[in-house]
Design a protein around this ligand. Sequence first.
Ligand code: NAI
Length: 303
Amino acid sequence: MAEIRFDNRVAIVTGAGGGLGRSHALLLASRGAKVVVNDLGGSVDGSGASSKAADKVVDEIKAAGGQAVANYDGVDTMEGAEKIVATAKDAFGKLDIVINNAGILRDVSFVKMTEDDWNKVLQVHLSGSMFVTKAAWGLLRDNNYGRVVFTTSAAGLYGNFGQANYSAAKLGTVGLAKTLSHEGAKYNIKCNVIAPIAKSRMTETIMPPDVLNKLLPEYVSPLVAYLASEGLEETAQVYAVGGGYVSRVAVMEAEGTYLDPSKGVTIEQLAERWKQVNDMSKARAFNNAMEAAGQAMKAVMGG
Ligand code: NAI
């Protein structure tokens, strides 16, 4: 197969000073992309800031013969996001690819979670993804080309103890990506989502080293690069990825049951059909909200 390349493409990778983002940036740059390496350079909980992390990755890219520029703004304000996008425009003249990767953790049980723990995590993951994508959207539209990758998590897709803030923020990125994929379709802007698992400072305290060493970020980045590539056909999709495993994830709706309104839709009828309501054996995924709503309309239309 011909090598998949990114020559003449300009990419922003947020949170690229370490972990997964660094790996995404290195791979894209090694295949010809001009990369804005964004990182605030703070700690896992979002406190502090430093230019060192982004600078180091830019140096690595340049040492390998690639092109990159650093940006140290936070994704968590519209102003920061606009500066990140301006860095791409000023350094490379355009923008084609946005990888929304920056993230923080403030894990705590729901009982102990403060409003600040909630707000800060939503601000970085969900609002941050929106701010950067919104700041980029005009340039992508002008190009009539865009590849946007969002980062969710199994915690968002399935839930995880102690991560109510993170789960809510991460699943929010899925809804954002799905709607933007519809709005971007006519401009050839494709939006997809990854749910990674990888060794990073975020996971090094929760998994043993021998497991983590099988989950290198380098095993996740090829999917990100593929989702950023010109030949990509998919949009509005979510992919689980880690350690060499890659798989599409979908929200599925069961075939369900239809209660006849002319006979009254009652609690007892529902209780009698509860098994059919929950039977996922013929579950389907829908391409958009109208298609899903069509299932209820079938009942209304007597279908
Ligand atoms: P990491 O902590 O190494 O990387 C996150 C980067 O984002 C850091 O370099 C940090 O400085 C930067 N960052 C934080 N707040 C920022 C802000 N406001 N503006 C700009 N940069 C900021 O962690 P990792 O694991 O590489 O995480 C990358 C993404 O993958 C995150 O969105 C995370 O939630 C997600 N993820 C990671 C998983 C894993 O197994 N490592 C699992 C599921 C999701």
